[in-house]
Ligand binder design. Structure first.
Ligand code: C2E
Ligand code: CA
Ligand code: CA
Length: 659
């Protein structure tokens, strides 16, 4: 039935002709009919031979011959049958041969039996001939035409025998003839009905199996639909959750470790806003095709995890494999060079950030693996995007829960969980502390310290940065300026704070309250990833300048927007990011640093280099004529109380060694 459903399913029954349906029926019943006929003929031959007994009883004088005849016919019939079955003959052929065997059996018996001397007994005994006729109609499962032809032949033999029977009275002949014809008609009719019934059962079963096949097909389509993301055709979240559970089960059962990669398209909301949702969708489709290709070439599975976020899962025997996959994905997207002209960081193409996590013994739930990948992704975003970040359980920045930090930030000011430390800036020409930069610190309620790299982005996202920023300005004024500890104090500000209406007013009010000259306060704006030169920002900066407040550009060189910023805004100081100084041990790194210094000199801005960690760094800077330095070698950030006693020894050593 199964084969049939498949054959028929490819061709709906309503479209099939009667002939085709009949062909299908024959095909289906082929094996069944063969075995039914085989069984039937074996039983029939058995019965045929058993009737030897009645031969002995009624026609003893010819019994020996009839029995020999019976055995010859019976054994021949079975031999032919088995031979045909062995040769895999069609059911129709086997049916016809079996029908002929039955008629032959009857004919052979009749010819020998009618030689008996006891004519009266034979005239009764021959009525058994009807059994042969009935058997082909009722006993076997021949098709109607075969059964009809065979039973008609048997009837013909019977009637023919009656006709040639000389000593039988006519009435006897008529009665026997009528009986035989009636048997023929009745059993042929029953055979017709039986065959119809079988065909009807076949049609019903076919219909049912077609309906079943259609339902299965619909079910499969529905399942596919419910597991597929309609835009990209990738597995959707539901399907991926199931896959994650499967991977997790294998990890629990056999220790088969796996990695999870969360991939997020950088600045995608911005892309949507600028290019429209239709193009945004197209962009996601294009990226998803690339991701799918890369994932399957690495034997990984992929799905869309929501919005512009994709997830890749891979059994990983080595962690390097996972990193290679993440890198391949990131690099592949860069190589696609899909234009994105409106990114805040100035990169003109679409990129992705990737967070990677992996199964570890300490993890008790599969959700945790995804959660860790999410935290790594967040770190990748914070690390400037278009990067791969791998979750590292030993890295303190991963050991805090973002939700906890967000909650703590809300109560941080009231509970005095935030504080400021100040890192001096030294003027190498005068040897004096020129100023100090305020750096914020946060302690969780249990006392663990959380670094600003972690909590500042969270504060920016939750909006807590606004209140924290104002507190930092006020506290710095009190700690450093009111007390005249340093000449200039710088405070880091996030663009979110600057864009907030009233920021410059707040600064003005604070300066007025403490009677501080505006020029003693500086704001450090990071030329970081989020910086976008919009009107609110420019207006705020110009308002601050009107107050005489200094504006510094922080981490210069890490973003792409820095140069255009330099063109539009007159910064009082530009701080060259510490990574350039740290690369200065190579020729190439030194040339790069010098190029940047020259570029800034040509623009006439004052330069501060941060990240001075060694005496070599300091020497190099003095050699390059940089006078404003900051870094662990100069002085570590410290609370205001310890700033005054900060030693000047490193400066003196450096000057002696340079001089
Ligand atoms: P930043 O403005 O570049 O601050 C300098 C960071 O470099 C500080 O890290 C400081 O501790 C570290 N540092 C100083 N000297 C050296 C050195 O010689 N070598 C190395 N490797 N690092 C040095 P910190 O305090 O963790 O601050 C990280 C970032 O968090 C800051 O980078 C700044 O962008 C942000 N941040 C800190 N405080 C505030 C704040 O009050 N408001 C805002 N908006 N951002 C803040
Ligand atoms: Ca800074
Ligand atoms: Ca900096």
């Amino acid at each position: 039935m199964h084969v049939l459903a498949e054959t028929a399913a490819s061709k709906p029954s309503s479209n099939m002709s009667a002939r085709e349906l009949r062909g299908l029926f024959d095909l289906q019943t082929e094996i069944e009919r063969k075995s039914a006929t085989r069984r039937g003929l074996w039983i029939a031959v058995g019965a045929y031979l058993a009737y030897s007994l009645t031969d002995y009883l009624f026609i003893a004088d010819v019994a020996q011959s009839t029995i020999i005849g019976r055995f010859i016919v019976g054994i021949s019939a079975l031999s032919i049958l088995e031979f045909l079955l062995h040769r895999k003959a069609r059911a129709n052929t086997i049916d016809v041969v079996s029908a002929i065997s039955v008629s032959t059996g009857y004919l052979v018996w009749l010819i020998i039996a009618q030689m008996t001397a006891d004519r009266v007994v034979f005239s009764y005994y021959m009525v058994f001939g009807a059994i042969f006729m009935m058997s082909v109609n009722l006993f076997f499962r021949f098709r109607f035409n075969v059964a009809l032809a065979s039973s008609a032949a048997n009837m013909g033999i019977f009637v023919g025998a009656l006709c040639v029977f000389e000593s039988m009275p006519l009435t006897h002949k008529l009665i026997m003839g009528a009986f035989c014809i009636s048997c023929f008609v009745f059993t042929a009719y029953v055979n017709l009905e039986l065959n119809r019934e079988r065909y009807k059962v076949f049609l019903n079963a076919l219909e049912a199996s077609l309906q079943q096949a259609a339902a299965d097909e619909r079910g499969k389509a529905l399942l596919h639909l419910s597991n597929t993301d309609s835009l990209t055709g990738l597995d959707n979240r539901r399907a991926i959750d199931q896959r994650l559970r499967d991977y997790w089960q294998r990890w629990l059962d056999d220790g088969a470790s796996f990695v999870v990669l969360l991939i997020d398209v950088d600045y995608f909301k911005h892309y949507n806003d600028c290019y429209g949702h239709q193009q945004g969708d197209q962009c996601l489709v294009t990226i998803s095709e690339h991701l799918q290709q890369t994932a399957s070439s690495h034997g990984a599975v992929i799905g869309r995890y929501g919005g512009e976020e994709f997830i890749v899962i891979k059994s990983a025997s080595s962690f390097d494999e996972a990193r290679a996959l993440a890198e391949a994905i990131r690099r592949g997207v860069v190589e696609m060079a899909l234009p994105h002209q409106h990114r805040r960081d100035g990169t003109p193409i679409i990129t992705v950030s990737v967070g990677v996590s992996y199964t570890r013994k300490e993890i008790k739930q599969v959700d945790k693996v995804v959660h860790e990948a999410d935290r790594a992704l967040y770190a990748a975003k914070a690390g400037g995007r278009n990067v791969v970040a791998v979750f590292d359980a030993t890295d303190p920045k991963y050991n805090v829960d973002r939700e906890d930090v967000a909650a703590t930030l809300k109560i941080a000011l009231d509970q005095k969980l935030v504080s400021l430390v100040y890192q001096p800036i030294r003027n190498m020409q005068t040897g004096m502390l020129d100023g100090a930069e305020a750096l914020m610190r946060l302690k969780m309620l249990d006392g663990t310290a959380v670094g600003p790299d972690v909590f500042i982005p969270i504060a920016e996202r939750t909006g807590a940065i606004v209140a924290l920023g104002r507190w930092a300005i006020r506290t710095t004024c009190c700690d450093l300026l009111v007390t005249d500890l340093v000449r200039v104090a710088s405070v880091n500000v996030s663009p979110i704070e600057l864009k907030m209406p009233g920021f410059a007013d707040y600064v003005a009010a604070t300066l007025a309250e403490f009677e501080i000259d505006g020029g003693r306060l500086a704001f450090e704006i990071t030329e970081g990833v989020e910086l976008e030169l919009d009107q609110d920002l420019v207006r705020c900066i110009s308002d601050l300048r009107k107050l005489g407040v200094q504006v510094w550009l922080d981490d210069f060189g890490t973003g792409f927007a820095g140069l255009s910023w330099l063109r539009l805004i007159d910064f009082d100081i530009v701080k060259i990011d510490r990574s350039f100084l740290h690369d200065s041990h190579t020729d190439r790194g030194r040339r790069m640093l010098l190029d940047i210094i020259n570029l800034l000199r040509n623009r006439g801005v004052r330069i501060l280099v941060e990240g001075v960690e060694t005496i070599e760094h300091q020497r190099l800077m003095l050699q390059y004529g940089i006078h404003h330095l900051q870094g662990y070698y100069i002085a570590r950030p410290a609370p205001a109380g310890r700033l005054a006693t900060d030693n000047v020894l490193p400066f003196q050593q450096a000057r002696n060694s340079v001089g």
